[in-house]
Design a protein around this ligand. Structure first.
Ligand code: SF4
Ligand code: SF4
Length: 180
């Protein structure tokens, strides 16, 4: 059969020579490679003390946005959930009641909205699919957790606080697909 990479090696079980049986040349060879790397530029960083600058198109933790009057944009249409290749999004839709106009922008809203961050691959397709400018990925990192259940983010985590809006202008200015 034709080889794809030309990296195939024929395995040999020939007996070891005296030098090979000593193992020392192989150990010195390994040490030499290690020493060579000590003087090379280090490509790793001491996270979290040091942090790299993220690209403007970095896709991190989601936010559910509110409008300028503080009402939730999401109408629980379900398009983000349908677009999600990881099936990470679930929601329950409810009709807005009289007197709730200051809470939800349209007649329908998400009574519950959850994203399973262990499933999410941060592809951004939910953001692309949303017709209401409701869900966005941000440059915030998803924190580590000890319990798997803590990675299921509900509205208490996802909806932006009224008094502390999450800035998404960087993503909007660079384009959702990262075209500047
Ligand atoms: S970023 Fe991608 S994988 Fe994550 S919730 Fe959105 S559509 Fe699903
Ligand atoms: S976030 Fe957008 S796409 Fe998803 S349910 Fe809400 S309005 Fe629909």
């Amino acid at each position: 059969m034709e080889s794809l990479t030309n990296r195939k090696q024929v395995v040999s079980d020939k007996p070891m020579t005296f030098l090979e049986k000593l193992y020392l040349p192989a150990i010195w060879g390994g040490m030499f490679i290690t020493l060579k790397h000590i003087f090379k530029k280090n490509h790793t960083i001491k996270y979290p003390e040091e942090q790299r600058v993220f690209a403007p198109v970095y896709r991190g933790m989601h936010v559910l946005k509110r409008d300028e009057e503080g009402r939730e944009n999401c109408t629980a249409c379900g398009l983000c959930a349908v677009a999600c290749p990881a099936e990470a999004i679930t929601m329950v839709a409810e009709e807005r009641k009289k007197g709730e106009e200051h809470l939800y922008r349209e007649e329908k809203y998400a009574a519950s909205y959850e994203i399973n961050m262990l499933r999410c691959i941060f592809c951004g397709l939910c953001e692309e699919a949303c017709p209401k400018e409701a869900v966005f990925l941000t440059d915030r990192i998803v924190p580590t957790e000890f319990d798997r259940n803590d990675f299921i983010y509900d509205k208490s985590v996802l909806v932006e606080p009224i008094d502390d809006p999450i800035d998404i202008t960087k993503r909007q200015n660079t384009g959702k697909r990262g075209v500047i």
